[in-house]
Design a protein. Structure first.
Length: 369
């Protein structure tokens, strides 16, 4: 956990005032609270000040304190307590907050921090050369089930691998962070089981992954505060970086098996879905009388198993024999962004094909799922 102090005087502006629009919003917000409880507006007002300026300045703290008739020290206490408030200048396109608490640490947060160090700056709270990115390590952000994760602006990016996180950092560096679907970055609905449902499988899920959801309101997409405060950047009509993933039709994978793969394979939005007639499509077979339980492979849930079956994949031996090009085809078809390699499906399938659960335990030291 970092020490949270106000930025040095050299960074502090002499004064702060809310813009006309924000000032009217602040008045309305303060009025929401009962008489005598106006101080409860301290957090929303500080957040709006941050959204306007990019970070919380000393002058903003004093202004908010004056508006709410609070001692400066009380507002300073709030601003320095919550890591959601930035106390110094941060990247104009993204300030990456990497969760470093135990579940995320056990699932690879240290590797994500290495990515921050190599792609942004060796030290937290320092901006990259262009001034567009910065990072810090924070405590639990409440998405432990999908560890490891990071927060950028008001959005979380979960179930991260090093490769996926590197892509995300690059996309934000290019000013296109709003194109990245928020939430889990793997085949998972919110915090439901990875790979699909493992119970109540007869029922169609009533929710959809946020990554695949309908257009998101412009104000709900991931925009770092300092960018959001700029009128030009808040206009989703004119600024493509702010368009929701669903608006960006050219980058979305096609559902049409005959469609040519989109150019931007493995982009932030997802991999282009390859054609079913592609030469690298793994060979399928007729359904055997006793197909293997593909769900024993870590990363395969009922939904993925059903998709594999539709492709004619029914046995461990088939997956064990996949060559690189076939693995890449399957990975792109399932929009897995490299997960087949990361989970090493081939090694898992080989063990299961050779000796079932006993062989799997011998190879991996644990039971298959
Ligand atoms: S431990 Fe990282 S989100 Fe909770």
């Amino acid at each position: 956990m970092s020490v949270r102090r106000l930025a040095e005087d050299q960074f502090q502006p002499g004064a702060f005032s809310f813009s006309e629009e924000n000032s009217a919003w602040a008045d309305r917000t303060i009025k929401k609270y009962p008489e005598g409880r106006q101080q409860s507006a301290v957090i929303p007002l500080l957040m709006r000040a941050q959204e306007q300026e990019g970070w919380v300045t000393k002058a903003a703290i004093e202004k908010v304190a004056d508006m709410l008739d609070m001692a400066y020290i009380r507002v300073l206490e709030v601003a320095t307590f919550y890591t959601q408030f930035q106390l110094g200048p941060v990247g104009t396109r993204a300030h990456v907050q990497v969760c470093g608490t135990t579940p995320c640490m056990l699932r690879g947060a240290e590797d994500l921090i290495k990515v921050c160090k190599s792609k942004i700056h060796a030290q937290p709270f320092h901006r990259n050369a262009e001034g567009t990115l910065s990072w810090e390590e924070v405590e639990c952000l409440g998405a432990c089930v999908n560890a490891p994760m990071v927060m950028i602006g008001k959005d979380t990016y979960e179930d991260l691998s090093v490769e996926r996180f590197e892509e995300i950092v690059d996309v934000f560096a290019a000013g296109k962070g709003a194109e990245i679907p928020v939430g889990p970055q793997i085949e998972r609905i919110y915090s439901a089981p990875e790979g699909g449902l493992t119970s109540l499988t007869e029922e169609a899920p009533k929710t959809r992954s946020r990554a695949a959801s309908k257009p998101v309101a412009a104000e709900a997409v991931s925009v770092p505060p300092s960018e959001a405060a700029r009128p030009k950047s808040t206009d989703a009509e004119t600024n493509p970086a702010l368009k929701s993933p669903a608006d960006n039709k050219t980058a979305l994978p096609s559902d049409d098996p005959k469609a040519k793969p989109a150019k931007a394979a493995n982009t932030a939005v997802g991999q282009a879905k390859p054609s079913l007639t592609d030469k690298n499509r793994p060979a399928g077979i007729e359904k055997p009388s006793t197909p293997d339980d593909l769900k024993m492979i870590s990363g395969v849930g009922p939904k993925i198993e059903a998709t594999l079956n539709e492709l004619g994949i029914f046995t461990f031996a088939q997956i064990a024999g996949w060559k690189k090009a076939e693995r890449e085809w399957a990975d792109a078809y399932l929009n897995f962004r490299g997960r087949i390699e990361r989970d090493d499906w081939v090694k898992q399938a080989k063990a299961l094909a050779k000796g079932g659960e006993a062989e799997y335990i011998k190879v991996f030291g644990k039971k298959p799922r």
